[in-house]
Design a binder for this molecule. Structure first.
Ligand code: NDP
Length: 333
């Protein structure tokens, strides 16, 4: 059984040296437990925060201990009444090929609704983050302008599509022409901006948003967000989802002060953690599944093969290597 441990804490941008592989015996399930073979593994930007020894909403990964995250797997041994051999499950499991886990800690997947990988994407925490961040905090109305940063990433592309479903005009910001073309041609975004080739973000946003910004769904923070905040309309809303541009910074990242801009626009800015919505997840899954079934919602995934490539796939998130959700295929379905 191969495992991935946190070898040392990163300073700034992590590298492969922050991870190490270790072999250990395959554990055996006891009463109420199952042995799960990892099929797909999810890498997520928030894990960067857990690599630091800092107080946050989830506790840090321990040094020389296994990393854990979202995994889809197959039950290969069962001492459970609820889960049988062959069942596909999703949960937060250790980064290893085989996990023993209590039956209640994983959720059985219904493969008749969507393919397996959707459960780490549009029908998992990714889709729910887009759904509650946009609808609960952003509350888009028909004809409003919604700007989303990190727009070609897993959360961002679902945000944009839900905003379209709600009748908004959608502007996506992403880091390559391939990504912006995809957003326009495949997902129907109204306008896009490649931030890497737009030296003046505020000008680019002004052009893309002639009626100003009503909702800015923030996945990245930093200078992109500074520019968006300058263009807020009255009573604009900012769901603060992520700030990936600052996760690897070591200099404190002091941005411009925004208080007066928010007062003048009477803007609402609200950070959120998707776990806060746990008691409403079924509501989100219901809508996301029906939009998926009606063909109103598409999802994209970037799949790297091989357990040995997990660290590199994680590092790729900070270089923008993924279009849609970054997953690793560890074993055959
Ligand atoms: P993504 O699929 O969006 O992957 C990360 C993307 O971020 C990259 O592809 C890259 O795209 C972009 N990026 C990387 N570095 C920078 C930078 N310096 N400036 C601007 N963009 C950058 O990840 P997710 O969809 O999973 O997550 C998106 C955001 O949402 C993250 O900030 C994450 O932490 C947050 N999040 C928050 C949750 C919550 O509960 N609040 C839950 C889930 C995610 P590009 O080519 O465009 O640069």
């Amino acid at each position: 059984n191969s495992q991935i441990l946190l070898a040392k804490r990163p300073k700034g941008l992590p590298t492969k040296e922050n991870f190490t592989f270790k072999d250990s015996p395959v554990p055996q399930p006891e009463e109420g437990e199952v042995l799960v073979k990892t099929i797909y593994l999810s890498v997520d930007p928030y894990m960067r925060g857990r690599m630091d020894d800092a107080k946050s909403y989830v506790k840090p990964f321990e040094l020389n201990e296994m990393i854990c995250g979202g995994i889809i797997g197959e039950v290969v041994l069962s001492d459970s009444d609820q889960l049988s051999v062959g069942d596909k499950v999703v949960g937060t499991l250790g980064w290893q090929r085989y996990n023993v886990i209590q039956e209640s800690k994983v959720r059985k997947i219904d493969e008749t609704i969507a393919p397996l990988t959707a459960y780490l994407n549009v029908l998992g925490l990714t889709g729910l983050t887009a759904y509650f961040g946009l609808l609960d905090i952003g509350q888009p109305k028909e004809g409003e302008t919604v700007v989303v940063s990190g727009a070609a990433g897993a959360v961002g592309m679902i945000v944009g599509q839900i905003a379209k479903i709600k009748g908004a005009r959608v502007v996506g910001i992403a880091g390559s022409d391939e990504k912006t073309t995809y957003l326009k041609q495949e997902l129907g975004f109204d306008e896009t901006i490649n931030y890497k080739t737009s030296p003046n973000m505020e000008k680019a946003l002004e052009k893309a948003c002639p009626n100003g910004i009503d909702i800015y769904f923030d996945n990245v923070g930093g200078p992109i967000s500074d520019a968006a905040i300058n263009l807020l309309n009255e009573f604009a809303r900012i769901p603060l989802c992520g700030a990936i541009s600052s996760y690897n910074r070591t200099d404190g990242d002091l941005g411009p002060r925004i208080q007066t801009k928010l007062i003048k626009s009477r803007g609402l800015i609200k950070g959120f953690i998707i776990g806060d919505y746990a008691d409403r997840f079924s509501e989100g899954i219901r809508d996301l599944s029906s939009w998926l079934a009606e063909g109103k919602l598409k999802y994209e995934e970037n799949i790297v093969e091989g357990f040995e490539n997990v660290p590199e796939a994680f590092l790729g998130l900070f270089k923008g290597e993924n279009l849609g959700k970054q997953l690793i295929k560890v074993d055959e379905e």
